[in-house]
Design a protein around this ligand. Structure first.
Ligand SMILES: [Zn+2]
Length: 453
């Protein structure tokens, strides 16, 4: 290794950290993160296969060296490079012959991988850091950058600038899981991955949502700024009150309807068994877990409450049926022996049946002696022969036949019309349902209320 090469790596200084203090305005910080200016500053040394970094304002100084030793890091390109000095923009690397032929995204991708590799190898000299390494003997999946700790824990970093379907993402994520490798997905900061809606909130695509569903926050990388953006929200869903709540202090990476971008310097983070960690992330993970747990508990509570209510209603209905069935049998039996209706056992039993619970379902002709309501006889017959304890559908004709069968003469020429009006009244009161789709000849069936209460 020559002096110049070692100098170029040892002197490598991380870009100015982007901490919140750097920007007074979050919007300006996000705009800067999205800045698509393509800076090509990381190449590969062709003899050592090591990363090579071009410092700002050193294009002239390093040009000859670059031409001789530094090649394009985009896989499959390996083109010779040179340097470009710029007065308004930063100095950068360029292909010596304009035959790169690859997209802007592939430069961003290679620069992102270089930043991650440099970040890991600088901070974790005792770990093994490899770019595009096959993760198992079968070459099942190669990581953009794989770090293996001295204890053998592995974290794969994927820098994803190009579109990726959620199914393809799941397949790769599952493959890592099977190999016991924590995978960290850093989506690109350009518009193929990072988009905002008109309201300034993140437009998360199905792949981003799959990442969240699998238990990780959605993260973006800006290699230029050595910054990580994380989809977070301080507006979250609170199932307990079934509303959207917000808090200035609680930020979460899940359980939100819309998210913003929280940005922190890459140097704030460290690889971890979970993939990636930082003090800020620990807080975010904790807050999100609390909210998830709380929402889960409240969902469970809602389900349990509903189940209890259903069980209570079923038990109550069972008690009504137990009480009503013999009363109904008795009234129907007593219908057979009526002499004078207002003095009959049937009317007394019906008065006892309803007690204070008549709720207008049978009309009254006044009092029939102390404590006896002179309920209309034909309506009483209809109720106890066709509604109470019954579940069979019937129409006006069947009701008229039932009245006749009990020997009741309605004594009116428009009996069918009166019966129809009465049955519709029972529908309005909730004791009958219409079953005929409101056609010309109405059909009725008892409601639970009509049958048993
Ligand atoms: Zn190239």
């Amino acid at each position: 290794m020559t002096d110049s090469e070692s100098a170029s790596r040892v002197d490598l200084v991380p870009l100015e950290p982007l901490g919140r203090g750097g920007f007074t305005d979050h919007k300006a910080q996000v705009l800067s993160f999205q800045d698509g200016e393509q800076r090509f500053v990381w190449g590969l040394h062709k003899d050592t296969d090591q990363l090579w970094y071009l410092e700002e304002d050193t294009a002239r100084e390093w040009r000859a060296h670059v031409k001789q030793f530094v090649i394009c890091p985009v896989p499959g390109c390996e083109a010779q490079l040179t340097t470009a000095h710029r007065t308004t923009k930063r100095d950068g690397l360029v292909h010596l012959n304009k035959d790169g032929g690859h997209t802007g995204e592939s430069i961003f991708h290679s620069q992102g991988c270089a930043v991650i590799e440099n970040w890991l190898s600088t901070n974790y000299p005792n770990s093994k850091v490899k770019r595009e390494e096959y993760t198992n003997a079968e070459g099942e999946r190669r990581a953009d950058v794989l770090i293996t700790s001295p204890a053998g824990d592995r974290v794969a970093f994927e820098v994803q600038y190009s579109p990726l379907t959620s199914d393809a993402w799941r397949t790769r994520h599952e493959s890592y899981r099977r190999q016991r490798i924590a995978d960290v997905w850093l989506f690109g900061h350009t518009s193929k991955q990072l988009r905002f809606d008109r309201g300034g909130f993140l437009s998360l695509n199905p792949t981003h949502r799959a990442v969240i569903a699998a238990g990780s926050p959605v993260m973006f990388i800006n290699p230029e700024q050595r910054a990580i953006g994380i989809a977070t929200s301080n507006e979250w869903i609170d199932d307990g009150s079934a509303t959207l709540r917000s808090s200035a202090t609680i930020e979460v990476w899940d359980q939100f309807l819309r998210a913003s971008l929280s940005i922190a310097p890459l140097e704030d983070f460290r690889p971890s068994r979970r993939g990636i960690a930082s003090d800020w992330l620990s807080q975010l993970y904790g807050q999100t877990k609390d909210l998830r747990d709380r929402n889960e508990a409240s969902r469970r509570h809602t389900v349990e409450t509903q189940q209890r209510e259903v069980a209570a209603a079923q038990a109550e209905l069972k008690a009504w049926i137990f009480k009503r069935r013999p009363q109904q049998e008795q009234i129907r039996h007593q219908f057979a022996t009526v002499q004078r209706w207002n003095r009959s056992d049937a009317l007394a039993s019906i008065n006892a049946y309803f007690g204070g619970n008549l709720r207008d379902r049978i009309d009254s002709n006044g009092d029939a002696g102390p404590g006896t309501n002179a309920l209309v006889r034909w309506q009483s017959v209809v109720y106890f022969d066709l509604v109470a304890g019954r579940s069979r559908e019937f129409g006006v004709r069947e009701a008229f036949a039932a009245i006749k069968a009990r020997g009741v003469n309605m004594g009116q020429p428009d009996a069918f019309k009166l019966i129809a009006i009465h049955l519709h009244g029972l529908v309005d009161l909730g004791f009958l349902d219409r079953t005929d789709g409101y056609g010309q000849y109405p059909r009725f069936v008892s409601t639970e209320e009509g049958a048993w209460r």
